[in-house]
Structure formats: C-alpha cells, structure tokens
Design a protein around this ligand. Structure first.
Ligand code: ADP
Ligand code: MG
Length: 525
C-alpha cells in the first residue's frame, strides 16, 4: 500500500509501494497476541516440576531443554512483537543469568491484562503509566522481601540448588552440583567483585559416569603434538605463540626452481636447517610448555619431545586467550621476539585422556584465579542441559554474592509484590488504578503456574497462598520431593537472588509497555 501526501499539488510517496501497514486496534491486538503466544510457549517449563521442551531445527538438530532463553532462541520467532519477548529473556539471561521463563511469562501476562484494559477503553498511555507506577511499587516490595540474614555459603548453595531444580542434571544431584558451583564462585571472589568470567565450564561427553569436578585452572581439547612429549609438567614456563613452526607450504617452490637432484637436495637441506632453527630457538628459549595457534612441523615436535618440552599446536584463539589470562603469558607473533619475560607460569600443565578425547589442563596459573567446572556426562543432550543448568547456577550465585541479597522463591515474592501493589492501588486516582491493579494480577501468573505445573489447582493455590501470606508474612508453594506445601520458602532453602526478581519486573514491564504503545506497524516487504 502506498502512502500519499499532496504537497503543492504534487503527489508525494513516503512509503514504498510494497510495504505493509497495520494500524490502530488491529496493530495492537496482533502484537499483543503474538507476545502472549510466545510467553505461553515457555509457561509449562517454569519451576521445579517444569517440563522440558524438545526443539528440532530444520537440519534435524535436537535440543532438549527447560531453559526459557534457550527455548525462545531456538524457536526461530519472526513476529517483531514476539521477538521483543525473546529479547526480555535474552536481557534477563545477560544481566542476571536466570529467571528467563519468569520474565517472559510475566511479560506475556502483562500483555494479556493490557488487552482486557484496552477492551474496557483504557487508553494505552494510561496502561503504560499504570504499569510503570506498579513496577516501582514492585521494586519496593522486593526490597522489603530481602532476607535480612544476608548470604553465607549455605544460602549460596540454596540459591544454586533452587536455580537447578527441575533441570535435567543427569544422574547428578542438585546438591552436589551446588557445592561445586559455590566453591567455584568463592574461588574467583575478590574484595571488589565476583569475577564470574573467571569461571569456565568445560563439558566432556562419553565418560562412563556422570561427574563434575572443579579444576583449579583451565581445560581445553587438545593433545600433545608428539607422543614422546611429557604428559605432565610441574612449575611450567609457558610460551604462547601465534607462529607456524615449520616451512610454509609453497615456500620451497617459490624460492627454488628445481630441475636437478642437486638442487632438490639443496632445497631439502635448506628446509631441514630452517626447521631445525625453529626447534632450537624454541628449545633454547627456556620454555617447558609451548602453545601455538598455528601448525607445527612434525620434525619440530619430535625434536621438542626429545628435549622434554610439551607442545600443543593449532590451539583455538579463544583457548589461547584463556591461557594468557590464566598464566600471564604474552602472546608472541614472531619467534625472534620470544623472550623469557613473555612466558606465563602455572603450577602444572598436564594432558589426560577421556575416552576418545585428549584434554589439556593448565592448573594454578600465576595470573588469575581461573577455575573450570569440568562436567562429564553420558550423552550430548545430558551434558548440554547440565552445562546450561550449571551456567545459570554460577550466574545466580555470583549475582547473590555480589549484592548479598536474596528473596524467598516458590512464588512468595510475587505474592508479596502483588499484595503491596493492590494495597497501594487504592490510593491511585482514575483509570490508572485499573492498570496498576492489572499489573498485580499479571504477577499472579508465577504462583499460578508453579501450582499448575505441580498438578495443583491454580485458583485454590493462589487463595491459600494469599491467606498464608496474610497471616504468616512469607508464603510460597514449595515442592519438596513428592510433596507440595505452602510454607515459608526460606525455611526450605528455596531462595532466588533479589536482582533476578528486579530484572524480571523491569524487563517484563519494559517489553509489555513498548508493545502496548505501538499502534502502527509498517513493514517493508
Ligand atoms: P526461570 O527461567 O524463571 O528461572 P525456572 O524453571 O528456573 O524458571 O523456575 C524458577 C522458579 O522456580 C522460581 O520462582 C523459584 O523460586 C522456583 N523454585 C525453585 N525451586 C523451587 C522449589 N523447590 N519449590 C517451589 N518453587 C521453586
Ligand atoms: Mg531458573
């Protein structure tokens, strides 16, 4: 459809003939519907009894997961409003590492409530104002819910465990994983902050049993360049190179036009001495472990092996970067520049075999307190989901430790927020009050969904939770093994970082209000 304006009698086209335009209520309701549909798609995965989703892409690749952000990203969503809900989950993942399903589900419900308000002729800008006001009250309510006892290792383990319940953790218990996770985060804690980035996760598929261990260093997939090399070097001086240790293919032909055996012998001789030169330079540098991102000639490897030097070739650039940050090495781009001051140091470098794979471990690096959670599992799907669960757990423990603030989980915080919003709504004038109340209703989706996913009646659960909240102050719908109880989540160790709740409220509000405000969709074909 072409848009036409007349200026001085001349028709002016401001949009291409091919663009699609939807306006007013139509635009609003189609956006709201799309946003709601996306949120609905992840609802059943919420909580400890949440189900998993199996996603199959066009190439037949299968992902089985319970993780909101992963599901939404794998779904290949095209609708622009729906895409905004995906962004809610993404920013949640980015900022705090957990609560993605919660944020998406709340955003979807805020849209659902907005739809009802629009039908009652509440203007979009009133809804937006009301939602913003309600989200401010929500943040106050979260602050009131923060556990005054702060966080210690036990609470951190509870945070880790709460974030992992309901995830497929293979044969491993959430409790044992939580222990490893907290140990890892404590390792990278400094006075200033928690260096979450210094915790890596390395997965290994195909080990006979599931296991996790904390490696005090980094792990990468690589075997020594030569069988004769030592499998382990203590107190290692490590050279990290971006240098090819060999004769570049094609170099010979370019330099020598070979037309006799003599010339060939000369060429081979020159090549040999060049290769020997590389090997000797490396050996004489004093490094006992050498890591290069490029190729290494077999003759160089063999010579270095005889010198007792451990060498890894063709290391990925990001692995090389990790080695550098763990050991304090300086990457060297030309062999002539290699000096002892470029070496990194580590307590131990070793190579170990796991089934079909060889792994390299660099432990006790001198420069940074890098640690790796080394996860082994029987199949790729198990290991992938374990990696996501552990990644989330590391994020939430880091978040909780950073701020020292945790709130009760299991829906208790959402119940408290909704309650506070409803109380304060009474003092808000005009139709905006309806929007503020609607925000509270939207938050009920969390306890309602936790109830539904544990086979409870959502309405009954909500009523019971509210009255328990009224009388006891803190009330969540706690899943404990086979039992579902309404009680104080803090007593059961069901806790979430306060920042996860804050981020969920903020990102859901932002996306919902942005979608509601749109009344004109103009799409290029
Ligand atoms: P999200 O992607 O939002 O983190 P999850 O599937 O991880 O979704 O579920 C998180 C919710 O489950 C939080 O509200 C958390 O408090 C709650 N939860 C965790 N453990 C329990 C439990 N044992 N009983 C009840 N709720 C729990
Ligand atoms: Mg979670």
């Amino acid at each position: 459809m072409a848009q036409q304006r007349r200026m001085g009698g001349q028709p002016m086209f401001i949009m291409s003939e091919d663009s699609q335009r939807t306006q007013g209520r139509d635009a609003q309701s189609s956006n709201i519907m799309a946003g709601k549909a996306v949120a609905e798609a992840v609802r059943t995965t919420l909580g400890p009894r949440g189900m998993d989703k199996m996603l199959v892409d066009s190439g037949g690749e299968v992902v089985i997961t319970n993780d909101g952000a992963t599901i939404l990203n794998e779904m290949d969503i095209e609708h622009p409003a729906a895409q905004m809900i995906v962004e809610v989950a993404d920013s949640q993942e980015e900022e705090v590492g957990d609560g993605t399903t919660t944020a998406a589900v709340v955003a979807g419900n805020l849209l659902g409530e907005a739809e009802d308000l629009i039908e009652q002729d509440v203007h979009a800008t009133t809804i937006v104002e009301g939602y913003h006001e309600a989200s401010e009250i929500a943040l106050e309510a979260i602050a009131e819910q923060v556990n005054e006892d702060g966080v210690d290792d036990d609470v951190l383990k509870q945070v880790a465990e709460s974030s992992m319940t309901g995830k497929g953790t293979g044969g491993l218990t959430a409790a044992s994983l939580a222990e490893t996770v907290v140990e890892a985060i404590r390792h990278v804690e400094t006075d200033a902050a928690v260096a979450r980035d210094n915790v890596a996760v390395h997965t290994q598929v195909g080990a006979s049993s599931n296991a996790t261990e904390l490696v005090p260093g980094i792990v990468f997939d690589e075997e020594p360049a030569h069988d004769g090399m030592p499998a382990e070097v203590e107190d290692a001086s490590i050279a990290v190179l971006d240098v090819e240790l060999g004769v570049r293919t094609g170099e010979i032909d370019a330099e020598y036009a070979i037309d006799s055996i003599d010339q060939l012998n000369t060429a081979i001789g020159a090549e040999e001495s060049e290769v020997r030169g590389y090997a000797e330079t490396v050996a004489e540098s004093g490094a006992d472990v050498v890591i290069t991102t490029d190729d290494v000639d077999d003759r160089v490897s063999s010579f270095l092996a005889s010198e007792g030097i451990l060498l890894f070739e063709n290391i990925g650039s990001s692995d090389a970067k990790d080695v550098v940050s763990a050991t304090g090495a300086t990457r060297v781009g030309a062999l002539d520049d290699l000096e002892e001051s470029d070496f990194g140091e580590a307590d131990r470098v070793r190579s170990a075999n796991y089934g079909d794979d060889d792994l390299a471990f660099i432990e006790g690096g001198a420069a940074a307190e890098t640690v790796t959670v080394f996860v082994r599992g029987g199949t790729e799907h198990v290991v992938d989901e374990l990696e996501r669960a552990i990644g989330d757990a590391l994020d939430v423990v880091a978040t909780a430790l950073d701020s020292g603030e945790v709130v009760p989980g299991a829906g208790a915080t959402e119940i408290a927020i909704a309650d506070k919003i409803r109380q304060e709504a009474a003092g808000i004038e005009g139709r905006k009050q309806l929007a503020v109340t609607a925000f509270a209703d939207a938050l009920d989706i969390v306890p309602r969904t936790l109830a539904a996913n544990t086979g409870q009646d959502p309405i009954d659960a909500l009523v019971d939770l509210r009255s328990a909240h009224e009388s006891e102050g803190r009330a969540g719908l706690i899943t404990d093994g086979e039992d579902v109880t309404i009680d104080d989540p803090l007593e059961y160790g069901v806790v979430d970082p306060a920042d996860v709740k804050r981020e969920a409220v903020e990102s859901a509000t932002e996306a919902a209000t942005m979608i509601v405000r749109i009344d004109d969709v103009i799409a290029a074909e």
